[in-house]
Write a protein that binds this ligand. Structure first.
Ligand SMILES: CSC[C@H]1O[C@H](OP(=O)(O)O)[C@H](O)[C@@H]1O
Length: 358
């Protein structure tokens, strides 16, 4: 069981490796309580991902990689490391189905393990790779921040109003954020007048996490009910919707937090440009289209418990926490390898063949 831990020295990080294990900022407690969990085992990490103490596609992939490093440290030695670690791989991969970054990070760890020569220091090597996956994700976000900001500036050099949904910030990644990385970079370039953040029912990633991140940095943010965005687009000149992603199919269809699809339809109707920001580890070339993406459904209580009130009337509850936005509603996908305007299968295949820009 993960335990409460001291706050790391530096400014908040969703995840940080300490000598004792993996420190996670417990996102269930935000805002209001910045408490950290110390995960010492793979089971601790799996529990934290399931409970959404750590969440966000890249962040859960990074956490799972550290979970494998913890499992190897716990074992200490093994005659057959792949066999010994297999249960930990299965446990971590079985936590949440939609974010492909989880499977991608675990595959990186498995491939590394299979390449190691006899006599290698497996725990140290796996920890080094987990840290590299973590650092590389943050680097990718800095690159995407610049590329996304350039898209805003390409169409309008003035400060502008943008909408974001859920939390695709430093809390959802290895640092800096994907969609919020673009917003941070655009704000620093004087291109952001106001961020309009959807509360993002039912888990309230917008109200509890995105507003918290942006307010800490003095980035102007206002909150609205998710379905207020139609009225907002009608009344306010909005230049872009900027969101993250949990899985992008080979044809450019995007799985993201529930409500993203409706947002994209409204954006199309109102002539608002739609940007998806995600590292290439989010692109799943094994899936031809978004209909094949597994969409997580979570417990009814996530809708029915509001504050400390249980609102159960006996009515059935449908709680899918992701939906799929078709590629033809997306103006641009920003990755660390470059941008894809009007995404389609050919353009994604070309993108995936490129080297990273940094
Ligand atoms: C930078 S990916 C963030 C992505 O993950 C969120 O889902 P959850 O909070 O359930 O992990 C949401 O889809 C965000 O866009």
């Amino acid at each position: 069981m993960a335990v409460e831990a001291a706050v790391p020295r530096e400014q908040f990080q969703a995840l940080a490796w300490s000598g004792d294990g993996l420190l996670l900022l417990d996102q269930r407690q935000l805002p209001g309580n910045e408490s950290y969990l110390l995960c010492r085992t793979a089971a601790d990490v799996a529990e934290a991902i399931n409970a959404m103490s750590v969440r966000g596609a890249p962040a859960i992939g990074i956490a799972a990689a550290y979970g494998i490093a913890l499992a190897a440290r716990e074992l200490g030695s093994a005659d057959d490391w792949s066999a010994a670690l297999e249960p930990s791989f299965a446990m971590l991969e079985g936590t949440r189905p939609t974010a492909v970054n989880l499977a991608w990070a675990l595959r990186m760890m498995q491939q590394q393990l299979q390449r190691l020569p006899e006599g290698s220091d497996v725990p140290a090597t796996l920890l080094a790779l987990a840290r590299q996956i973590h650092d590389s994700d943050r680097e990718a976000n800095l690159t995407m921040g610049r590329l996304g900001m350039q898209q805003l500036r390409k169409y309008d050099k003035r400060p502008q109003h943008v909408i974001t949904h859920c939390n695709a910030g430093a809390l959802a990644t290895g640092g800096f954020g994907t969609a919020l990385g673009v917003i941070r970079t655009a704000h620093a370039a004087g291109l952001i007048e106001q961020v309009h953040a959807n509360e993002t029912r039912p888990w309230l990633q917008g109200t509890r996490l995105t507003a918290w991140e942006l307010m800490r940095e003095g980035i102007p943010v206002s909150l609205q009910a998710d379905l207020a965005v139609g009225h907002l687009m009608k009344e306010q000149s909005i230049s872009w919707v900027i969101v993250g992603a949990d899985r992008i199919a080979a044809n450019g269809d995007v799985a993201n937090k529930i409500g993203t699809y409706a947002l994209a339809v409204l954006a199309m109707h109102h002539g608002v440009r739609f940007m998806v920001v995600a590292p290439s580890s989010t692109i799943d070339m094994q899936l031809d289209n978004g209909d094949l993406i597994p969409l997580e459904e979570r417990d009814a209580d996530e809708l029915l418990i509001v504050g400390n009130r249980q609102l159960d009337t006996g009515a059935e509850v449908f709680n899918p926490v992701f939906d799929v936005t078709p590629a033809d509603l997306i103006d641009v996908i920003v990755t660390e390898k470059g941008i894809i305007e009007r995404p389609d299968a050919r353009k994604l295949a070309d993108m995936m063949s490129r080297q990273r820009l940094h």
